[in-house]
Write a protein that binds this ligand. Structure first.
Ligand SMILES: [Zn+2]
Length: 288
């Protein structure tokens, strides 16, 4: 009895330490879309638009707080491993291959940060708002990860469509970059179990969704409202499914403080964040 009490006492002593460690466990994956010098009426600050100044603030905060970056594929490897996840590590992802995302490369390189760019493979060289294959190859040659974001940015994939949307897209990107595509970023974060075997069969090791784990719906592959996903806790940890990697939407309306809290806690940013003063001004002047 005495020894049991002793053991329980030791456990009680160690619990606060474990709890503290737990709060910081897991890796936050940040999701960006457009990075614009000046948001527009059509593309206002929000879940899919941050300014270049904001992005600069974000990378400066990460660097000055000792953060390191890895790619989605590297995260998937760590999640299937047995070693503890490295502390103060984030994944920076960019969806859709917008050409304005190229403005971040200089900022990332300055801090030796990497990132994952998810490309819609039917867009390059067709519309100048999207990156060209030349730019995408340059990103790949610089060590950034190029993921597929499907061929047509579809939110509806059965097994047959997955052959084109995932396999053909992967091989097309690989033929242009000369590097293997190991990650799939699902458009709109729609999770769909039906595509997993197809993705796995061609060596995809990481599939990124949006938001927290309850965003995923195996019964109904296409969620009626993807915004339901934009709440909760979205860190990624060892032993979790690497085909449901959770991501935090970086909302351009939120101040740096909300961004840093999301990185540390893994909590989703949403429009309940305190308004950015400068963002308000930008949106007001845009509206007039
Ligand atoms: Zn997208």
């Amino acid at each position: 009895m005495k020894s049991l009490l002793h053991v329980l006492g030791l456990m009680a002593l160690s619990l606060p330490l474990l709890a503290t460690a737990g709060e910081n466990e897991g890796i936050t994956v940040l999701m960006y879309h457009r990075v614009m010098d000046s948001p527009t009426t059509q593309f206002p600050l929000g879940e899919t638009v941050v300014t270049t100044d904001e992005f600069q603030e974000h990378v400066n905060w990460l660097a000055s707080n000792g953060y390191k970056t890895i790619t989605l594929a590297q995260l998937a490897k760590l999640m299937t491993g047995t070693r503890p996840l490295p502390p103060k590590t984030v994944v920076i992802t960019f969806d859709d291959g917008w050409a304005d995302q190229l403005s971040v490369v200089r900022m990332l390189k300055r801090h030796k940060f990497t990132a994952t760019f998810a490309i819609i493979s039917n867009t390059p060289d067709r519309n100048p708002v999207y990156m060209s294959w030349f730019s995408i190859k340059q990103l790949a040659d610089s060590g950034f990860e190029i993921a597929t974001h499907t061929h047509t940015h579809t939110n509806k994939m059965d097994e047959n469509q997955a052959e084109i949307e995932i396999i053909a897209s992967k091989y097309l990107i690989e033929s242009k970059t000369g590097k293997p595509v190991e990650s799939l970023v699902l458009p709109y974060g729609y999770f769909n179990n039906a595509v997993n075997p197809t993705a796995k069969s061609v060596g995809i090791s990481a599939v990124a969704t949006v938001g927290a784990t309850w965003c995923t719906d195996t019964e109904n592959p296409v969620k009626a409202d993807w915004r339901e996903c934009l709440s909760g806790y979205a860190k990624n940890n060892i032993g979790q499914d690497t085909f449901r990697i959770r991501r935090v939407v970086v909302d351009g309306r939120c101040p740096l403080e909300t961004f840093s809290q999301s990185v540390v806690s893994g909590n989703i940013m949403d429009d309940t964040c305190p308004a950015r003063q400068s963002a308000d001004n930008a949106q007001t002047s845009d509206a007039h």
